[in-house]
Design a protein. Structure first.
Lengths: 206, 380
């Protein structure tokens, strides 16, 4: 059953570099997160003003998705199965800080990790299955098992799955598109291999 | 996909520290919502908050009260009750699926003696897994206000391929200053106890609870049992904090879940709605239910009893639904006055006896997510 589905395309954003299916497509020395995200946005010529009001996690999600969905057409039922370590903690801290003066509704709305799934759904018009898992490290087994269950039960025909983590200004994004279309067989091993390919360390830790 | 049987369950809430106590309180029409003195909000509000003295008293029988956060104590008590009634459960074959929106978020402001890492949801998972010596790495899901119900769907989907036979699904959240100030900044808190689907509804009341349920693919020996036979979620792709005006995502979820269950809308005997009592949410639900042909189905929201328990709500409400099905009793939708949504609904106004064979549980949340679960009763 596991050979039925394939990884069509993938993207990795980490340490100022963007890789797409193994190829370096963008690099920057910008250390400040907001500025780096803006550079990526301009490089990709996204033209989506809503982007600028989003929190860092959502911006990273939009950048990664844009690279995938520009080349590969999404359908209304393309499911989103994303995980990370820090949940929305980066933004939670900013919201908590705002409560000292005036609690910001604009920050509060981003205090859930699955908001990025909502932002991706709006941008690419996906009315699909969503799940946001939290795990200590990149859990290839869980992503593979859950995505495969959605595909095998025909709840969806494709899944955008991966890792989308942001903490203390450090980001680690790995998204891949999985469907029946032939390319790299979708397995725990191939997920791990692709995720680790451009990483010096297996995952971010605090 | 295989049926997922709903077995032992437990609810820790202001209404009681067991499912039995909770159901008795609902039967008697008691609410856990109480008036809260404004701390940093300008207005008064109602919330369902668990008395910490009572919680510590109950928890001291199973562990040290200083070593765990309030949320952890609620979760551990709930899971302990479920495990105590299933002493032969093999924990190496049992998954732990923990669902929450904010976990120990109260530690962000007041960490006390806990390390900063305790804020992390993965740490919360470890605390629970280690306490009971679960062998598998806990599966943690944080998907806004559908989390607890989606946990049941995740258990069915993952378990269907044979990775595990049984799972304990947990849903839990706190009424923290963090969420109070957040919902207050949205002007979403009602100054009174919330009134789902009513004309006078003007916002939510928050609540806290931990709910736990053992689920299994093995058919139980009991003569009557309840199983999950259809599940679907769908995003509105419309707005991250406001519900869709057409109820699109919820409508889609309901259609898909009914299709998977191979039943038509007429077969649904009871509908446990999300019903948060915000103007827009309840209106959206009425539109989605109408589009689905569910306007005649007896329906309630439990938010008048518990407030909105966020990540716990859809699991807690599924547990109450399960017992409604087993006991053939429908509970009134508390604080309902006059219908205040544009589409007609059959709101349950007083407790009733009714045989229920199929029930539908729905939930919606921030990020535009929606969920529908179809439960089936098999009775002798």
């Amino acid at each position: 059953m596991s050979n039925q589905f394939h990884i069509q395309d993938w993207v990795k954003i980490k340490n100022g570099e963007i890789f797409n299916s193994g190829k370096l497509i963008f690099e920057s020395t910008e250390k400040e997160l907001t500025l780096f995200l803006k550079e990526c946005y301009e490089f990709l010529e996204i033209k989506y003003p809503k982007f600028h009001k989003m929190d860092g996690l959502s911006k990273l999600g939009i950048l990664g998705s844009e690279i995938i969905f520009r080349k590969n057409k999404s359908t209304k039922d393309t499911a989103l199965v994303i995980s990370n370590n820090a949940s929305s903690l980066e933004n939670d801290k900013q919201f908590q800080e705002s409560t000292k003066t005036f609690a910001s509704p604009a920050l509060f709305v981003y205090t859930l990790p699955n908001i990025v799934l909502g932002e991706i759904s709006i941008k690419y018009k996906l009315q699909s299955e969503n799940a946001f898992f939290i795990s200590e490290d990149f859990n290839a087994g869980l992503l593979k098992d859950y995505s495969e269950s959605l595909l095998s039960s025909e709840k969806t025909s494709s899944v955008l799955c991966g890792w989308l983590d942001l903490q203390n200004g450090e980001y680690d994004v790995f998204l891949c598109l999985v469907s029946k279309e032939k390319n790299i067989p979708f397995s725990e091993e191939s997920l791990k291999k692709l995720y680790c390919a451009e990483n010096d360390k297996p995952t971010h830790r605090t | 996909m295989k049926k997922l049987y709903l077995l032992e369950d437990a609810i820790i809430s202001p209404l009681g520290f067991s499912t039995k106590e909770n159901i008795q309180a609902i039967r008697e029409g008691k609410s856990g919502l109480k008036l809260q003195k404004p701390k940093f909000t300008e207005n008064q509000f109602f919330a369902g908050i668990i008395d910490e003295i009572l919680l510590n008293r109950a928890f001291s029988e199973i562990g040290s009260i200083e070593k765990f956060t309030k949320l952890e104590k609620m979760i551990l008590l709930a899971v302990k009750q479920v495990l105590d009634k299933n002493k032969n459960l093999d924990l190496s074959e049992t998954a732990l699926i923990l669902t929450t929106t904010k976990g120990n978020i109260d530690l962000l402001k007041e960490p006390g003696d806990f390390p900063e890492s305790r804020l992390k949801l993965s740490e919360l998972g470890k605390v629970v897994a280690n306490f009971f010596v679960f062998k598998q790495t806990p599966i943690i899901l944080s998907n806004a206000c559908i989390s607890g119900g989606l946990g049941l769907a995740v258990a069915r989907r993952l378990g269907n391929s044979g990775i595990f036979k049984n799972a304990i699904v947990v849903g839990a959240d706190l009424v923290s200053d963090f969420v109070i100030s957040g919902f207050n900044s949205f002007q979403a808190l009602s100054p009174e106890a919330c009134k789902p689907f009513s004309k006078e509804r003007d916002g939510i009341s928050l609540g806290e609870a931990a709910a736990a349920m053992l689920v299994s693919f093995d058919q139980p020996q009991n003569s009557a049992n309840i199983s999950l036979i259809g599940d679907a979620s769908a995003n509105d792709a419309n707005h991250i904090s406001g519900p869709s005006r057409t109820g699109e995502g919820l409508y889609k979820s309901i259609q898909k879940a009914l299709k998977e269950a191979s039943i038509s809308a007429e077969k649904v005997g009871f509908l446990s709605a999300h019903g948060t009592a915000t103007v827009y949410n309840d209106e959206m639900e009425s539109i989605a239910f109408h589009r689905s042909g569910l306007q005649e189905v007896p329906i309630h929201s439990l938010k008048g009893f518990y407030g909105h328990t966020l990540g716990a709500s859809a699991l807690l409400e599924s547990i109450i639904t399960k017992h409604s099905m087993l006991n053939n009793e429908l509970f009134a939708s508390k604080n309902f006055g006059e219908l205040g949504v544009s589409k007609s609904l059959n709101i349950i106004q007083s407790n009733k006896h009714k045989e229920i064979y199929y029930a539908l549980k729905t939930a919606s949340g921030f990020g535009g997510c929606n969920l529908a679960l179809v439960f089936k009763a098999e009775k002798e």
